[in-house]
Design a protein around this ligand. Structure first.
Ligand code: COS
Length: 385
């Protein structure tokens, strides 16, 4: 199918497809088993200049947009959604700087990120503040030319590996969500440590840890935008990054479909391949239709954001909710088609099913995405009347 890719996007697709086939697939089982952080793959991504896709050329990047990232994430996630997350977890962590950073902050941090020398992480979630992002407790109190951070961020992708952390903390408790601010915290800052590595169901090739701040002194130069802008920085970051989760889900679903089709042609029962049974064909037909519909929406959302449109929350949430629900259903059905083999670790579809689950949860649960979509719909309708 012709998806109207630019020449650059075709190049990115081919390159990432090759990396997924030749580099990621041979090692994905190892990282899934061990939960080690895939530094050798980070090196591969860096050498292929993938960390710079969405970073401006003047900072050493490719100057691409969300659609370019989507193409890369989809292809790499076909290989392994966890391993690929080292790359686009960095994409999430760097968005606050890309969107709201000062020229000085961009000059200081972006060249190393584009070169893949320093990874990023985004710290918003806490033990008691996930969906309700406005109720975070981590504090940042002004002290002379510094802010002093105290609190713990939970379930942070790339936690402990990332050297550049963008963290949302409360600078004015009385103002609630409007009293939150965003900061850049470098890994070696005194008072900044990491909790234990989480033992996860899926995306095990990615590290998830707590970020712990105990009287962590951060210079005022590391404040992103202005005091009180933290919640908006977080929301706009998520609006931009959710198509990335959607692309990850799309890649997982497409890979599971491919495995299911391949297996159905090889597996023989009742004297013929199971692909010749209508029961299996109908399942495959639905899976393929769902993947194609998700792809259409994810590409449409990515291109809409690249067009410079201002109000992107709804389409971004739609892409994330739809593609991730498709990924869960398609991977579950792929396991079903592979039957007993699908349930075993020697075939990749059980891992895909485990990896798919997180796409319905992180960067806002699918219940939160539906809330974002629903509220926007009602607001738009009210504006018309
Ligand atoms: N872009 C710009 N501004 C936004 C925004 C967006 N996408 N979403 C909200 N805002 C603004 C609102 O306009 C409002 O501004 P005012 O105070 O000027 O009216 C302010 O932010 C607060 O918004 P709201 O009252 O809607 O906030 P809520 O606390 O009710 O929360 C949701 C809204 C649920 C959408 C938000 O908390 C959310 O996205 N939660 C999920 C967070 C998440 O994804 N967590 C996963 C971990 S991060 S990997």
């Amino acid at each position: 199918m012709d998806y109207g890719f630019t020449e650059e996007q075709e190049m990115i697709r081919d390159l990432c497809r090759q990396i997924a086939e030749e580099k990621i697939k041979p090692v994905r089982e190892h990282y899934d088993e061990t939960e080690e952080f895939p530094w050798d793959m980070v090196k591969v991504f860096a050498e292929a200049d993938l960390f710079g896709i969405s970073i401006e050329e003047k900072y050493g990047g490719m100057g691409g947009g969300i659609m370019d990232t989507t193409v890369a994430v989809e292809e790499l996630s076909k290989g392994c959604a966890g391993i690929a997350l080292s790359l686009f977890g960095t994409g999430l962590g760097v968005f606050p700087i890309l969107l709201f950073g000062s020229d000085e902050q961009k000059e200081k941090y972006l060249p190393d990120v584009a070169a893949g020398k320093r990874l990023c992480a985004f710290g918003l979630t806490e033990a008691n503040a996930g969906s309700d992002a406005g109720s975070i407790q981590t504090s940042a109190l002004k002290d002379g030319d510094d802010y002093i951070l105290n609190g713990t961020k939970q379930w942070i992708t790339n936690g402990g590996e990332a050297e550049i952390n963008t963290v949302i903390a409360i600078t004015n408790k009385a103002k609630g969500a409007r009293g939150a601010s965003a900061f850049i915290v470098e890994k070696d800052t005194p008072g900044f440590t990491f909790g234990k590595k989480e033992n996860k169901m899926g995306i095990r090739g990615s590290t998830t840890r707590e970020l712990v701040f105990q009287d962590c002194r951060v210079p005022k130069e590391n404040l992103i935008a202005r005091e009180g802008m933290g919640f908006i920085v977080a929301m706009k970051t998520l609006d931009m990054s959710r198509p990335g989760v959607a692309a990850q889900a799309l890649g997982i679903a497409a890979a599971a479909l491919e495995e299911a089709v391949k297996y159905s042609r090889e597996r023989r029962q009742f004297g013929k391949p199971i692909s010749s049974f209508q029961g299996v064909q109908f399942m495959l037909a639905d899976m393929a239709t769902q993947v194609e519909a998700a792809r259409g929406l994810v590409y449409q959302a990515s291109r809409y954001i690249d067009s410079g449109a201002k109000d992107i929350s709804k389409i971004s949430a739609m892409a994330k909710v739809y593609a991730s629900d498709v990924a869960m259903e398609v991977t579950t059905n792929a396991v079903q088609i592979l039957g007993g083999y699908g349930y075993m670790k020697e075939y990749p579809v059980e891992k895909m099913m485990r990896d798919a689950k997180i796409t319905q949860i992180y960067e806002g649960t699918n219940q939160i995405q539906r809330e974002v979509i629903g509220l926007k719909l009602i607001k738009e309708a009210a504006g018309k009347n």
